[in-house]
Design a protein around this ligand. Structure first.
Ligand SMILES: C[S@@+](CC[C@H](N)C(=O)[O-])C[C@H]1O[C@@H](n2cnc3c(N)ncnc32)[C@H](O)[C@@H]1O
Length: 235
């Protein structure tokens, strides 16, 4: 599967105008609850500097700003169109001075070591060609004791629920996504990238191998999404 910056960035540039609507429709609004849950566990405090990696249209960052006291968020992404949508929402909410958008690749982030108190990534790691390399990069930019929250789509462990979900996911999701966005390739990619992604145990292993301590690993909504909370141990 081609996960180069050109292919992934180009695909998100094309679906940016319909991304938010499709997210809500295809997840039945569960994506909103999943982001809130991730932020509850990340527990951002006043005055903390948080990095939202693969910030996309900004929903996770903006939710953090609403709930995280006086924190400041930096959002990183390489899709200009997704970030344009994020900037428009940010400006409408009057949060320009608390949410900075930076263009860049999560695998080579333009930040010094230990720049952030916390980091988070929602539905981004599945699109990266080297997940272990990304976790090492996230570890580098976090301060000692800093936390990383990772939200990613997954497959339910229960065989019956898994089969029902796979029926929806394989047969219906790409067609609904294609119909509503006019970009069926992107929604075939969504299906294939989830089917192809690591199981939660493997993600935990990658986090540990990158120097993190895994604090929580929580299946959400019968396991169609998974939340990982990890900490960079103090050295
Ligand atoms: C499915 S969207 C998720 C957006 C947002 N986090 C959310 O919760 O809706 C994935 C985003 O990850 C970005 N992305 C994927 N790989 C990336 C990488 N290596 N570096 C930076 N951004 C990346 C894409 O451009 C896209 O905006």
């Amino acid at each position: 599967m081609d996960k180069s910056r050109e292919t992934i960035g180009g695909m998100f540039d094309r679906i940016a105008p319909s991304y938010d609507l499709l997210n809500k429709v295809l997840s039945l609004y569960l994506d909103v609850l999943w982001r809130k849950k991730a932020l509850k566990h990340l527990a951002v405090k006043d005055d903390e500097q948080v990095l939202d990696i693969a910030t996309g249209t900004g929903d996770l960052a903006l939710e953090a700003l609403k709930t995280g006291g006086a924190c400041r968020v930096c959002g990183l992404d390489f899709s200009e169109e997704m970030m344009r949508a994020a900037a428009a929402k940010r400006d409408r909410l009057g949060l320009r001075n608390r949410y900075l958008l930076v263009a860049g690749d999560a695998l080579r982030m333009p930040f010094k070591e230990r720049s952030f108190d916390g980091a988070m990534v929602a539905f981004g790691v599945r699109n990266m060609p080297d997940v272990g390399g990304f976790f090492r990069e996230a570890h580098r930019i976090l301060r000692d004791g800093g936390r990383l929250a990772v939200l990613e789509l997954s497959l339910p462990a229960n065989p019956f629920i898994r089969e029902c979900y796979l029926l929806y996911f394989k047969k219906f999701l790409p067609h609904i996504g294609g119909l509503l966005s006019g970009r069926s390739t992107a929604y075939h990619y969504l299906r294939d990238s989830v089917l192809d992604f690591y199981a939660p145990r493997q993600v935990e292993e990658l986090l540990c191998n990158s120097g993190f301590t895994v604090l929580r690993s929580i299946p959400l909504s019968f396991g169609v999404c998974h939340l990982y909370l990890a900490e960079k141990p103090s050295s």
